[in-house]
Design a protein around this ligand. Sequence first.
Ligand code: ANZ
Length: 868
Amino acid sequence: MHSYDPEQIESKWQQYWQQKKTFKTPENHEKPKYYVLDMFPYPSGSGLHVGHPEGYTATDIVARYKRMNDFNVLHPIGWDAFGLPAEQYAVKTGTHPRDTTEKNVNNFRKQLQALGFSYDWDREVNTTDPDYYKWTQWIFLKLYEKGLAYEDEVPVNWCAQLGTVLANEEVIDGKSEVGGYPVVKKPMRQWVLKITEYADRLLEGLDELDWPHSTKEMQRNWIGKSIGADIDFEVAADYTDLTDEESQIRVFTTRPDTIFGATYMVLAPEHHLADKITTPEQQQKVEDYREKAAKKSDLERTELSKQKTGVFSGAYAINPATGEEIPIWMADYVLATYGTGAIMAVPGQDQRDWEFAEKYNLSITRTVQPSADFEGQAYTGEGDAINSDFLNGLGIEKAKEKIISWLEENEHGKKAVNYKLRDWLFSRQRYWGEPFPIIHVDGEPKPVDKDNLPVTLPEMDDFEPTDTGEPPLAKVKDWVNTTDPETGKPAVRETNTMPQWAGSCWYYLRYCSPDFEGGPVDPKEEDYWMPVDLYIGGAEHSVLHLLYARFWHKVLYDCGVLKTTEPFQKLVHQGMILGQMEYTGYKYKGKWISADEIDDLDNVENVKLNEEEVGKQGDDYVIKDTDFKIDAKAHKMSKSRGNVINPDDIIAQYGADSMRLYEMFMGPLDQVKPWNTNDVDGVYRFLGRVWRLMIDQGSGELLDAITEREPTQEQLKTLHECIQKVTGDIEELSFNTAISAMMIFVNKANKWDELPITVMESFLKLLSPFAPHICEELWQKLGHKETIAYSPWPEFKEEYLVEESITYPVQVNGKVRANIEVAAENAKNKEFVLNLAKEDDNVQRYLDDGTLVKEIFVPERIINFVVK
Ligand code: ANZ
């Protein structure tokens, strides 16, 4: 038997590609380049999940397509291999994280190779390799030299269970993103990177990038630039123990134009003046309140829907615009960490302030004329200033300008910009991360000389975090205690390590010249390959990884290390693959009922249905051949649900080509979609059909139908329709529709008696980026000695799409008796066409059976003769 046998074909070609180094990146810089990048995986113990091959197949198709279009292609892969799981496993089992990582990497590599991805395996990078992290440390030193890395005693997010500090971004609702453990604030000495210095450039750079709109928006929101004013309010009563400086409370506002409506002030409960200004009578109440506020997360505190709480300080401030005394309150809806930690409250225009003012009976003044139909509370829309003295009548923007000049003239404040972005907390109390290239001499940090990099991780076997927050590395005394090579003084090494983000901030640069010894990247190679032309990966990384990588890239640009200012020109997120759809029907007293009917019934029985039992009516899922609506849902794949699909199983059953093709056929790349094993079967059968189109099942040789004959007009038209569609679709990353087009081609080709070699060659080229193994095999059967991977992509020729003739089916009494070809220019000439039809031998025979009583002619469609 010589039927389609992916197992045999696929391992054969995988070996071929590896031995011949088919996908080695060209060294020359003579052709146009294309750099197509995957987000490199964290090599977890559980191996690939189905989400990996989704993005990786997409980039692989593009890489292969570009090679066939005569680009030099850089398509690399590597391992983001530092991180918590390997370390936690080490704590549990004593296995060194290095060993776990190596084992997992080997497994991942094997799995990726089994999918036939066209990576240049000579450019593999691994963030845990000292030859790699040497340069991560080198980049850190650059940051340090530029004053962008500093030590600070900061209130950090301390997670006792994980034994580490977490970045704000890694804390969700007061719990660790990994594991969901409680996180508390605690002051600790940490390394911090001054990403805030790059806030504006990180914002501006977004404009030139071809990224999903939502991802850019997330970056913009994360940076959170607000333009407004800082305004100083003077504390009114005379507090003898307040210094001049302390008696000015500075607020940040985006609406300085509303200052005439500032009827009270609010300080964050943690504000540094909170104690000082509180009057003795209010002391106790304020203390109680502050204690309560400390226990809430920022999110809880600022939730719009939340009941506002607060406490009066007893003190007053003077509104610089009105000269009036306004009470100073403390409330937890104002955060200490944003702006100045204090606000002027304008209940007339701010809803939170409105709710607070109502609750505590504070006065409300509107300073913007609401539109006529307005019925709400605080008015945040456009309108002319009212109750605002010299601002009256001005629109918001004009009023802002005017009040800012006034504030500046009178030294009450100035224009100000605020960012939500905070400096990046860059140290972790972990073993399995990059050591900092820093020693401490006489208590002061000192960079390790670049010639002495890398600072390697010392050997140790007790990876347990300490509950004081001291990093595990602190236990390795003979590593920690060292001497300063410059002065000979005793020194201690930094025992924190870098966060996992560090290695992934610049890996895309290392791929350009993985063995370069003069720096993180060879300038010549960076100049040629960068920026990345297409970057595909999950949306879950959109804010952090992308922001951090862009930050480092810009710093390296400023240091003269890079010529490009942005790393990733085009970015696409693959949509999540959910588990198989689950269908639930409902029974009441033993009879099916519709999903809409269950609301008012008790004891309804839920019945799981399998796919064969399910039908569709419009958008509704129903029990097949009935009107009973059912529920259809797809959940995230998870171990606990037991709906995880293992790519290895699919490859074992159907082969890598089917796996690749299926994941691309599921739907648009960027959309969320449920897995469906039946459909894998469908694409597998499609590949079987391609095989049988060309191969004799008995001999395993090419069929006689594959000939040297010139293709017919119809064959050329069918082929070129397919070339046009597949080419355009790959350019648009619309892989599912490209596959449909190839299925249409095969359906048509199945009906041809002869298949011209040239047509089949072109078709194989189109299919090869998607299903490379079967295409290599058939390409070879056609007599080619070289891989299909560099054969030129078929050129689309418009001329073949033009209809040169039209085929009329000719019916006699409703039955088709012939098909006649009519040249396009005569096709609408009724008399001409009918005469031609009557000349056909077969038609003539049926016409001779009786008398022709009627001729029906539908131009360009059909002819029918009625005979009696
Ligand atoms: C007066 C005002 C009037 C305000 C008005 C808004 C509307 P974004 O856009 O997020 O920058 N604010 C300032 N610091 C704050 C803090 N630490 N905690 C909570 N809220 C704070 O928002 C800036 C606005 O949020 C500022 O402008 C301030 O309220 C408030 F009709 O000042 B506004």
